[in-house]
Design a protein around this ligand. Sequence first.
Ligand SMILES: [Fe+2]
Length: 229
Amino acid sequence: MNAPDVRSFTVGPVQENSFIVRPDPTSRSALMIDPGDEPQRLLDAVEALGVEIEAILITHCHFDHIGAVAPVARATGAPVYCPEIERPLLTDVMSWVPPGFGPFESYDPEYTLAGGERLSLAGLDIEVLFTPGHSPGHLTYAIPGALLSGDVLFQGSVGRVDLPGGDWATLERSIGTLLARFPGETVVYPGHMGVTTLGRERDTNPFLAELRVRVPAATPASGPGVPPR
Ligand SMILES: [Fe+2]
């Protein structure tokens, strides 16, 4: 199976990565992940690609990841899938936005997710994983060969744990679960900064030094399209 077509758009003052994802570059159906800001730019991209957004998935409800949810949902008619625990942040956005950012519009999501679900949307099989630590309800979306992992793991770094509900031991455990579960060549599309792979972070990320000792190396025989262990 070919790798899904993933387009990245870095938006807003916090330089958050929003994604448009579809099974292949000819597919007319797509997902949008974490529309964080600059809704018109994202909607222009949807039009330029000639796709219909079938669903909007949110990894976590920090304002930089949800600032454009309401206008994008309204314009596309796509239902919104939100981490269950963090729903109150989306339904009352401005109560949680630090001074100097926004204004952003609240949204009442059509669906909530707790992790453990499997979704079939826009022609993609999506596994929903509960990956708290950066935020209490954080979700990672696994698609064939790749992870849309929000603020769990970055190129050479990890999500901050000093915000409300953040906890390093919990985040480290979440990252360990991903490392143990998916092969090293799994592409990681994070919520900030560049694209990386699980294997590269496992081997070089300074924040994962202890995990490197504890988590066994991923199976090298696995490849894109091979079901994760
Ligand atoms: Fe965040």
